[in-house]
Design a protein around this ligand. Structure first.
Ligand code: SF4
Ligand code: SF4
Length: 302
């Protein structure tokens, strides 16, 4: 494996379907832009679901957490892979981009659950809960009910997706973290390893560092980006790509109008400010450890 790989960065203003302004958008246009993004994402997700609901392929990887990984059949047997990932924040991984796109996205339904798997369902703070049922409406598996006007989570049904922890407008639901983010990060890396195992030299990875929102795109909220748009990054090495993306986000000045609580200065870790318990670079370090690529890169602006 080479000690350094090249990462290409295009900062050009895009054209056609991918035309997004580089300056922060006013609130109304921002909502339109996100709605469009979500529609496209949902269309893609519904197509991808063919690969994630059919009988998965049990790929042997013999890694620290997973001896095998359940990968969607069509994804595993595809001849080659081009990953297009949107860069944003995430409550379990800090920054979310290529690794989450592949390691979570290409896992079968059971695989996704195995990657997320927390010991316990999130906890509801009954003092803060006002019974608005927002969490009930958003739970993808109907694991939440209102009991005496307070949310109650059925731990057996809950799939630990964390959606309720971000949609509650009163901050009444919290994930029980323990060591969870690090484990999720490492399992995502191991699933990425499994998805790419039979595609050596047949992959290309893109990170779209545009509309860099603070939370996972699963949540149905409009959020302002935390930094200005950076551009589109591409590499054949997912580790170098992820590292370059993280470094570039860090190098930006944080946008004051966003929910970024602090760390607005250039060079500050924006994801750490959003998710204090999470070390984003753990993903890249572990990916390098298990041979998915190298963190050292040379950035070529085109
Ligand atoms: S969204 Fe929050 S406040 Fe509303 S019912 Fe759920 S836990 Fe309670
Ligand atoms: S973590 Fe996900 S599955 Fe579990 S209760 Fe919350 S929204 Fe439902």
């Amino acid at each position: 494996m080479p000690s350094e790989t090249s990462v290409r960065l295009s900062t050009c203003t895009l054209s056609g379907a991918l035309l997004w302004p580089r300056a922060p958008l006013p609130a109304v246009r921002w909502r339109v832009s996100l709605a469009k993004l979500r529609t496209e994402r949902n269309l893609l997700a519904s197509r991808a679901s063919y690969s994630t609901v059919s009988e998965p392929v049990e790929v042997t990887i013999n890694q620290k957490h997973c001896r095998t990984a359940k990968i969607g059949t069509e994804a595993y047997y595809a001849d080659a892979l081009i990953s297009l990932a949107h860069v944003h924040g995430h409550g379990m991984t800090g920054m979310s981009a290529t690794f989450k796109n592949i390691g979570m996205g290409l896992g079968s339904r059971g695989g996704k659950q195995a990657v997320h798997c927390a010991k316990d369902a999130p906890a509801v703070d009954k003092e803060k809960c006002v019974g608005c049922a927002e969490c009930v409406a958003h739970c993808p598996v109907n694991a939440i009910k209102l009991v005496h006007r307070k949310a109650a989570i059925d731990g057996e049904t809950c799939m630990r997706c964390g959606e309720c922890t971000v949609v509650c407008p009163h901050g009444a639901i919290a994930a029980r973290y323990d060591d969870l983010p690090r484990l999720v990060q490492e399992r995502i890396v191991e699933y990425t390893y499994a998805a790419l195992k039979n595609k050596k030299n047949k992959c290309l990875f893109y990170n779209f560092a545009l509309d860099i929102t603070p939370s996972c795109l699963c949540i149905r909220l409009s959020e302002r980006p935390i930094v200005q748009d950076i551009g589109i990054l591409a590499s054949r090495d997912p580790v170098a790509l992820e590292q370059a993306t993280f470094d570039l986000v860090k190098a930006q000045k944080g946008l004051e109008a966003s929910i970024l609580p602090r760390a607005h200065r250039k060079g500050a870790d924006k994801y750490k400010a959003l998710y204090p318990g999470i070390d984003t670079e753990r993903t890249m370090r572990y990916a390098e450890e298990i041979g998915l690529g190298v963190r050292k890169y040379k950035l070529k602006e085109i």
